[in-house]
Every structure is written in structure tokens, then in C-alpha cells.
Design a protein around this ligand. Sequence first.
Ligand code: XMP
Length: 531
Amino acid sequence: KILILDFGSQVTQLIARRVREAHVYCEVHPCDVGSDWVRQFAADGRLKGVILSGSHASVYEVDDKAPDAVFELGIPVLGICYGMQTMANQLGGKVEGGHTREFGYAEVRAHGHTALLKGIEDFATPEGHGMLKVWMSHGDKVTQLPPGFKVMASNASCPIAGMADEARHYYAVQFHPEVTHTVQGAALLTRFVREICGARADWVMSDHVEEAIARIREQVGDEEVILGLSGGVDSSVAAALIHRAIGDQLTCVFVDHGLLRLHEGDMVMEMFEGKLHAKVIRVDASELFLSKLAGVSEPEQKRKIIGGLFVDVFKAEAAKLKQAGGGHKGASFLAQGTIYPDVIESGGKKAVTIKSHHNVGGLPEQLGLKLLEPLRDLFKDEVRELGVALGLPHAMVYRHPFPGPGLGVRILGEVKKEYADLLRRADAIFIEELRACIDEKTGKSWYDMTSQAFTVFLPVKSVGVMGDGRTYDYVVALRAVQTSDFMTADWAELPYTLLKKVSSRIINEVRGINRVTYDVSSKPPATIEWE
Ligand code: XMP
């Protein structure tokens, strides 16, 4: 196993991810665990190497250092950025504040033939020097090597961009191998953990299930857990995982706000109650939500109402569970499907707020519950892989994201049941056809080739003709986008044949809609959702 000590960089989990991708087991722990802890962690003889992460701070701002035990175990150590600087400081070298901050793309020369960089290069200079394309982000730098070290990499602005003491198997780089901008980064990390540390490459995602289950059992003990199940990927995978770990100690609450997709509620129940035999309380709150939304057309106000009601309904259910009696003391944990990108977005490990789009903001405090977040360290694609390893259906795990306020933000202006019913049916047709349409070049369905696709209800009427009669009905817009991060997005160039089929099916099958349009706006300046 590999120990990653976290000095607070935003990309520490990326190091873990790269190590997992090399099929090596690793754990991330805070840098201040202390020497006794490190010795204890190594006591079973499985610890093969340590990686010191970067930090958002400078060695001059914080005095975080690696526990001394790290350098007493006789195993390889890799320092990254701040991790390199603290290594230099602790082993007798020198770090100085740079006058210029180096940030972003850089090229560094890989010197000599260290076991870490040998043969790894992106291009060679005319003189035959191997060069690496890397990503740098630092102000300080190492200016004097500690005894026993030699320069492993350099460039003009950072003469010691990498250093190594090969006798002790200590390596350090000023750049960030964990980010994809460092072209050889993954290769470098793989080589460190597998060849230099000699860690076993036998870790697979299904092992994560066992590890995560053990951790959940340890954290929860014999207490009870309550989880808000939305039907989305993250809460579904969290629910399946926690249920696997503690069975009936978990109660899922599924709030149907009446703004879900067609048959969604039934599908969630069938999966979790029917197949997994989890305890699920389905709350049909659609009338409550619709009545409070009546007459409201301003998007932010709609979101606030939906979010607020969700919290109220969830709290009421939690309270009911507590009163259920029969020695039932109620839940002491609130489980959430928070994933790593949510943790970063909400301010890193030290200031984690609740994922607002789970619509349970502030709930743990209000309910006096502890948080259980078993997916906190994983990236979205890893969560999906975990879902598959847990036996969830592919179609559920690879679903497009769906916003917490649901159809509430896809019905423009005032939300009415009539609109929601029309929209649900039109949307189901669009999604069905996207799944059925296979692209010849890639062999994938257009559902899988888009990041998010849905239908928007426009509460305006337009004139049409059907048979011999005139129609005067509503309009829907189809939206399909491709994006990697949902911060920017391109509208998808869906095949005309597909659009044609969707349009004719919606108009023929959904009475009340007589016109279908396709949204050709990218983000920015448009957003993905219409509200
Ligand atoms: P926009 O419309 O801002 O959406 O381009 C970006 C992504 O966020 C989703 N989204 C939400 N998800 N609660 C959510 O859970 C929300 O209130 C919400 N608003 C937007 C949207 O579906 C897209 O994937």
C-alpha cells in the first residue's frame, strides 16, 4: 500500500486517483497524523512508499512538515511541489521564496538517468536532452539540495525542478505529475508506485467496495442512518453501498416532489426496495409542492420554494422515524452522496458545505445528525464504476445528471401539473430515441454520446394543422449538450433523422404539443438548463 500525506492541495485526490489507476492500493491522510501514527500504519509491513502532496500554502506561511517517521522507515518517498520543498527543508536543503510565481505550462529537462525519469520524455532537444511537458504551480523553490541528492530535472526559472537521492529512494518534483497537463505524469506516478516502491498492482474497484464497507461499519457501529434518495447516480450508489454495509440500519427517504421524470419514482422503488431489499420510505409530496408553486414564475423563487419544501418534508420524515417507537432511537447519521468534485467546489477539506443540489443544505445541523459520506474521495467516473461493482444497472449508473429541482426548472415560468404531465411524456420519447439511435462511427448510442439531454416546456401556444383541423397547442424545446465539466458546453450535433423522429413522435403521441424546436445555444452565454 501507498500512503499519501495531504498538505492541503486541491489536487491531492488526483494523486490518489492516479495511484488507483495504476491498480495500487493507497490511502490519503492529513500531513499532521504524527510519527507514531505513521509507524503504526507501517507496522503490518505492507507500506511500500509515501507520497507528500502539494499545498495551497508556502513553506513560509505554514509549518506543516512530514512526520519524521516517514524518513526513518527505509521506504521510497516522493515529494510533489510543497512536498518537495518540505522534503528539502527536513533533510538539510534550502527553500527560498521565488520572485516570480511560476504557474501553468512549462518544459523541464530530465537530467541523468534517475530510476524515476529514465526513458520518460515528451521530446528531445537538438542537444539530445529529454524534455518533459509539465504543469507548474509554485512561488517558492528549492535552491540548495539536501546532502546526498542530485538534480533530477530543471529549467531556466527553476534550476532544481526535481531532485533525487537514489541510494535512499527519495524523489521529488516541483511540478505536478497528478494533473493531466503533465503529459507523462501518470506514467511517472505509475513507475514510482510500481517499480520504485514495488507495490502490488492488484487493486481493482471491487476492492474499494470491501474497503468502503469496512469503513462504514466502523464509523456507524450499531447506530442508524438516514439517506435522501433522489434517484440520481450519487445518492443511488451511496445508498447501495451503505445498504451493503449495514443493511436495515439504513433507511432511505425518497421524496417525490411531483417534478420527476416519467415512471422515475416507480423505478427507484423497484430497484431499491424490490431488488436490493433496502428500507425505503416513499413520500408523495407532489400536491404540497405544486400547491406552493402555484402562481410563482420567477426561477430563483421557484428553486428556493422547492429546496425549502424538500428540507421540510425530509425533516418531518426523520422526526416520524424517531417517534416510531419500539425502542427505535432514530437515525444518528445523515448519509449523502457527496463526491470529490463537490468537496472541492465547496471549499476543500476544511470547509465542507453540503452539496446544495441535494437540497438538504443545513440539514445535519438542524437534525443534530452526524454526516456519512462514503463517496467523498471519488470522482464521478469512479462512482459509476463503483455502482457497477455493486451490481446497479448500467442504465442507472450512466444516467445523465438531473437537477434537484427537477422539472421545476424545465417548465418555464409557473409550474402546473398539466405542464409537468405533458413534459414528462415528451421527454421520455426524446430519451428513448436517443438511447435507440446508435452512431455508426463510434458504435455508441446518442444518449451515451451526449452529456445531458432533456426537454423543456414552453408555456406558449402556437398554431398547427393536424389532419383537417387547426391546432393551437404548446411548444417544447429539445436540449442536448456535450461537455466534460458542465461549466462550458456545446450543443450536440444530433443527426437530423433522429431529430425528425423525435419531433414527429412527440407531436403525434403527446396531445397538447404541436411544435418541437431544437436548442442550438452553447454555454456560455446560455446555460444548460433554461432556468
Ligand atoms: P446550468 O444550467 O447552470 O447547469 O448550465 C449546469 C449543470 O447543473 C445542473 N443544475 C442543477 N443541479 N440543482 C442541481 O442538482 C440545481 O438547482 C441545478 N441547476 C442546474 C444542470 O442540470 C447541469 O447539469
